[in-house]
Design a protein around this ligand. Structure first.
Ligand code: XIL
Length: 373
């Protein structure tokens, strides 16, 4: 009898130990991106209309499980939110903000002043008065509506050329370089709580980076509020330059700014401008060699993508004290804008989730950096 009791309690003890080992094992491994990186920086994604409207159950569950920051891919751009001089369309933007609030996410506003995706009337503006009216009304109305709800605004997007000079946008042409300060000051007034960012691509590259630093220093010297710089991070597995990225993190943070990687994706496809003398025209676009992985991604490229993401996230972790957020430009490979840019109708694989919304090798690579810590 005694013997029976002892063996029963031994068996119970054994069972409980196995269960608790399993539990702690699953707690360590079965985590999401956002929980794996919770002590480091926010992990975000760009949402399309279908995501904001929660059209696809699997995508919706994935977004809520993996990400704690969101950026609207298109619906807050002037073209959509401000289609005519005195007309605003807030339907989707309101839903976007509600989605973020409901899920306790960090909500990014993208973007207030940008030369691209403007409404037709704004492209026609050709004097300082009309542009100033547009800018003032736009920022006051949009940033004002969501004041206290948006955590950070990309106030000015892509104001620089590759050589670091200012892009000749409709804003620069009519208002001069002071438009950048005006935009930041208006945003600070309309939404005093939001973190204000300057956002651009290729600003990790030396010449353009210098232009960004000059621009930021001028803003700071004039007493304008700027909290961070967004490095978009539209990069390629073939040309990723970690040295440039690391130098940028150091230099921008020396200005007292937070750094966010705001639109991260890594193309695996050839870029037309990588090929010397190539003419980017329709005939060129149709060449099948520009779309080499139409049916599937070879293992070697899948691994190369995972390796580049490993390199990047190692660097991000090394500088986590300077980085506020890393946001992927899209949820999964099917959603990515890189299937249509810079050449239409290609099959690209730049993100961590595949077309079936399953995690890729690159996802495991990014996750394993944290379990190895
Ligand atoms: C892109 C979107 O992903 C596309 O859907 C749209 O057609 C064009 O714009 N820099 C930015 C983003 O700041 O807003 C752009 O998003 C990509 C480049």
């Amino acid at each position: 009898m005694n013997y029976y009791k002892i063996s029963l309690s031994l068996f119970r003890f054994f069972l409980l130990s196995v269960l608790s080992i399993q539990l702690s094992f699953s707690q360590k491994t079965a985590v999401s991106l956002k929980s794996a990186y919770q002590d480091d920086f926010l992990i975000g994604t760009a949402l399309g209309t279908e995501h904001i409207l929660e059209k696809n159950e699997k995508a919706d569950a994935l977004i809520k499980r993996e990400f704690n920051a969101i950026t609207p891919e298109n619906i807050m751009k002037a073209q959509i939110i401000h289609p005519a001089p005195n007309r605003y369309n807030f339907t989707l933007a309101d839903k976007y903000v509600e989605y973020g609030q409901k899920n306790q996410m960090y909500i990014v506003g993208h973007t207030l002043i940008w030369h691209s995706q403007l409404p037709p009337f704004a492209f026609k503006m050709n004097n300082a008065d009309s542009v100033r009216i547009f800018m003032t009304d736009h920022i006051n109305t949009v940033a004002g509506r969501y004041a206290g709800k948006i955590n950070s605004w990309d106030v000015v997007n892509e104001a620089l050329n590759e050589d670091g000079t200012l892009r000749k946008s409709v804003f620069l042409k009519t208002l001069g370089e002071g438009y950048i300060k005006e935009a930041f000051d208006l945003a600070a007034k309309a939404d005093p709580k939001a973190a204000l960012y300057y956002n651009d691509y290729n600003i990790e590259q030396p010449a353009k980076r210098k232009g960004a630093i000059d621009l930021i220093k001028k803003l700071q010297a004039s007493g304008t509020k700027i909290d961070g710089v967004g490095i978009q991070g539209h990069w390629s597995i073939h040309t990723l330059n970690l040295k440039d990225i690391e130098e940028s993190i150091m230099e921008f943070s020396r200005l007292g700014l937070k750094i966010a990687f705001t639109e991260l994706d890594l193309t695996v496809l050839p870029n037309p401008w990588d090929l010397q003398g190539a003419d980017v025209n329709q005939r060129f676009e149709e060449k099948p060699e520009m779309n080499p992985y139409k049916d599937a991604l070879p293992d070697s490229v899948q691994t190369a993508l995972a390796d580049r993401y490993t390199d990047l996230f190692k660097l991000f972790l090394k500088h986590k004290d300077k980085i506020s957020r890393v946001t992927f430009w899209g949820v999964d490979d099917k959603h990515s804008w890189l299937n249509g840019f810079p050449i239409r109708n290609r099959t690209n694989y730049p993100l961590l989730f595949d077309r079936a919304l399953e995690p890729k090798k690159a996802y495991q690579a990014v996750m394993s950096l944290k379990s190895a810590e």
